[in-house]
Design a protein around this ligand. Structure first.
Ligand SMILES: [Zn+2]
Length: 233
């Protein structure tokens, strides 16, 4: 047991409570994990227990091969999905998986969400792809999700739900919320007309501004998005 793992158990536990009341999940569905920096370990929520009844000590610590290092509970059944993403994406520090309704509807229709909103472009990049279908909890689902995710912030799992990733738990949570909102807006926009998709160049600038708020390209192309002190925006 280390101070680092204790800190991340607490964080994953607290985020579980927030996810549980966010409307993004139903019952015990949905799972969360965080990488423990410099330890090559992941803290993940346990399988099949309502978040409201959990304690920080119920979180499970896994190594990168999926072996339980700490914890009495069984890890989330989707631990392979989480580990697959951490192994493929060194930039990802936290993952949330939900079954939110509008994102799941598009995952069932096997329709990707194009980059239709600025916040989606900033937090996810060039839209949300749909991973090919694979059964929940399998290595095959992990592979499919990693392939469709590429370097973006989220992916839809066919006939299943959504996965959001981030540089911390707060960001992964916000990604899941933005994806759900975007799915809703996309469905409604499609009902009333033809959704207009942001051009790739614009998506790239927005994404870069979000990830590197003071980068050269950001200051040149969108100084108003992240004003420096003294800027009157
Ligand atoms: Zn699921």
């Amino acid at each position: 047991m280390s101070v680092a793992t204790e800190k991340y158990k607490e964080q994953v536990y607290k985020m579980g409570l927030r996810m549980g009341t966010s409307g993004l999940v139903t019952g015990t569905w949905g799972n969360i994990s965080a990488r423990v920096p410099r330890e090559n370990l992941v803290v993940i929520s346990p399988s099949g227990i309502p978040y409201a009844t959990l304690q920080p000590r119920d979180m499970v610590v896994l190594d990168m091969e999926g072996r339980v290092v700490e914890g009495e509970r069984k890890p989330s059944t989707e631990y392979r999905l989480h580990l697959g993403i951490y192994n493929a994406r060194p930039d990802v520090q936290a993952i949330m998986h939900t079954h939110s309704v509008f994102a799941s509807a598009l995952a069932v229709a096997r329709k990707p969400i194009p980059p239709i909103l600025e916040d989606l472009a900033q937090m996810v990049g060039n839209g949300v792809a749909v991973a090919r279908y694979a059964r929940a909890g399998t290595e095959e689902l992990a592979r499919a999700a990693v392939e469709a995710l590429e370097n973006r912030g989220a992916v839809l799992l066919a006939n299943h739900g959504v996965v959001g990733v981030g540089r911390n738990l707060e960001e992964a949570f916000m990604v899941c919320q933005v994806v759900e909102k975007s799915a809703k807006v996309y469905v409604w926009a499609d009902l009333v007309g033809q959704p207009a998709v942001l051009p790739l160049e614009e998506v790239e600038v927005l994404r870069d501004c979000y990830l590197n708020s003071y980068s050269q390209v950001c200051m040149r192309n969108c100084p108003g998005v992240f004003p420096r002190p003294g800027n009157s925006h």
